[in-house]
Ligand binder design. Structure first.
Ligand code: CTP
Ligand code: CA
Length: 223
């Protein structure tokens, strides 16, 4: 019932979101991952759908339910997320990259379960993954591309660097060493870093942070 009363101010806007961690296979039963839960990205997808947007969510492995009205594409690896995001970007007006994409992946994953008394594994050779956010920015034209920066030190300097280096319109920066913005929290305290400057927001529930990011995008999206 409440959803019927919510403003549908994003009607007609096509929003693409990536969320969650990625899993990089070591062998068929083991992988490298990270602490992302996907909650922030799912909150963005949920808020965008509630506000009337057409929403595609490309999700790494999470334990979260698909938000109402959201088209969800499940992926596991950084390479799969990259392919799904580039394909879906064709039909998007705004892309929001909230996923914690692995920066490295095992260079030669084994096709069988590694055995400790046979392979005696003592190192895993890694290779760098493609940067999805930078890839979208390179072909964005009039579309908006928004990224995140989760840092433990020099937050604003790192965010500014990512904004410029990747060519994003906005970097949402949060300090993951603070309890209110750490992995798995139901709140976040973010700064919106763009060419217009830095806007520090208060600590808010994830839904509030999602709405603030979507407000920023709505005011600047070419439609
Ligand atoms: N990102 C991405 N693809 C990657 C790595 C990162 O799309 N292969 C995106 C993230 O989704 C996020 C932004 O880039 O929106 C910043 O991610 P982050 O990990 O903070 O930056 P990196 O460039 O990977 O640098 P580092 O991890 O060394 O801080
Ligand atoms: Ca990274």
């Amino acid at each position: 019932v409440l959803a019927l009363l919510a403003p549908r101010d994003l009607a007609g806007l096509r929003v693409l979101v990536d969320a969650g961690p990625t899993h990089e296979a070591i062998d068929p039963v083991r992988y490298i991952a990270n602490r992302s839960t996907g909650k922030m990205g799912y909150a963005i997808a949920e808020a965008a759908a509630r506000r009337g947007a057409d929403v595609t969510l490309v999700s790494g492995p999470t334990s979260l339910a698909t938000p109402a009205g959201v088209r969800r594409i499940d992926v596991e690896s950084a390479a799969q997320m990259h392919d799904a995001m580039l394909a879906a970007f064709e039909g998007a007006d705004v892309a929001i990259c909230s996923a914690a994409v692995a920066d490295y992946t095992p260079a030669a994953p084994a096709d069988h379960k590694l055995k400790k008394n046979r392979e005696h594994l003592d190192a895993i050779r890694l290779t760098e993954t493609a940067d999805i956010l930078a890839g979208l920015c390179a072909s964005k034209g009039a579309r908006l591309v928004i990224g995140f920066a989760a840092e433990t030190d020099d937050l604003l300097a790192h965010a500014q660097d990512k904004l410029e280096r990747k060519g994003a319109d906005l970097i949402v920066a949060n300090d993951v060493s603070r309890p209110e913005s750490t992995f798995g929290a139901d709140t976040n305290r973010v700064a919106l870093v763009s060419a217009e400057g830095v806007e520090q927001l208060e600590t808010m529930p994830l839904a509030g942070v999602a709405d603030a990011i979507l407000d920023w995008a709505r005011q600047r999206a070419a439609r």
